[in-house]
Design a protein around this ligand. Structure first.
Ligand code: ADP
Length: 253
């Protein structure tokens, strides 16, 4: 892999109709980065993930994922979308849901192999859900279901994990465990986490970019490139945050 580069967007522009959603986006994501993309609702966060996945083609610019086209690289990407359409009344077990993630490797209609089942068990163990493998998905709590969906994304054995607003619908207790899990996964996998809430950018996340049509990259904490004060001066104004984090006190007014 050239210079350990996982994703490279060069001057990417995108619009769904005639309204511009992404303008001249440039970013390089390197191997084992843990990048959080933050910004207001409608800022283009989901759209940028779909471009990296090759589900949307930019109107202008270049997209490279693992030095190939986004579509070609898709098999190396695990994706947890913001909204998962699932009929929770449908009687399907946790193990079956996770195995569905292997369909891309196996192909529809083919039998799952021992390897598929073994990978499925490993990822369920990783997310702490192995003992629920025979439970019905619909009978689990929101946090437990989310772990199962993460396990499904991991069952593809991805080298890049894209997560879209993963903590928006789960309790705060699970959020902490969730970030610990991501921190652990990041030892092996590059992670891009999208959120509209700066308060969830925990100590685990290293690199931050703000997106509202344009992308403002704040670099790495380790390299001392971004400071929380700089984040508040970012032209992306509509980041939601808790007043306690606002050094200017502007949000209290
Ligand atoms: P975010 O994830 O930051 O909330 P999105 O990427 O979902 O933002 O959306 C960016 C903009 O594109 C919004 O104005 C949204 O209404 C618009 N948009 C998203 N999906 C579509 C679509 N399929 N067709 C037309 N407009 C869309």
């Amino acid at each position: 892999m050239k210079n350990n580069i996982v994703v490279e967007l060069k001057d990417v522009c995108f619009s769904y109709t005639n309204i511009s959603v992404l303008e001249s986006i440039n970013i390089t994501i390197k191997e084992k980065d843990f990048l959080s993309i933050i910004g207001p609702n409608g800022g283009g966060k989901t759209t940028i993930l779909k471009i990296i996945l090759g589900l949307l083609e930019p109107n202008k610019g270049m997209v490279y994922v693992f030095n190939a086209s986004a579509k070609k690289a898709r098999k190396h990407i695990g994706y947890l979308p913001q909204h998962i359409s699932f009929d929770f009344d449908f009687p399907i077990s946790v193990q079956e849901v996770v195995l569905m993630g292997r369909l891309g490797k196996r192909g529809i209609g083919r039998k799952f192999t021992e390897t598929d089942v073994s990978v499925c068990m490993q990822v369920l163990e990783k997310v702490g859900m192995q003992k629920y493998k025979n439970s019905e998905l619909g009978k689990l709590s929101g946090g437990q279901r989310q772990r199962v969906f993460i396990a499904r994304a991991l069952s593809t054995e991805p080298r890049l994990l894209l997560l879209d607003e993963p903590v928006s619908s789960v309790d705060t207790q699970w959020q902490q465990a969730f970030y610990e899990l991501l921190h652990d996964l990041n030892k092996e996998i590059t992670i891009v986490l999208v959120t509209h809430d700066i308060s969830v950018v925990s100590t685990y996340i290293d690199k931050i970019a703000c997106l509202n049509k344009k992308l403002y990259y704040h670099g790495s904490k380790k390299e001392g490139m971004h400071k929380i004060s700089e984040m508040y001066e970012c032209p992306v104004q509509l980041i939601t945050h808790t007043p306690t984090h606002d050094p200017s006190g502007e949000s209290d007014k």
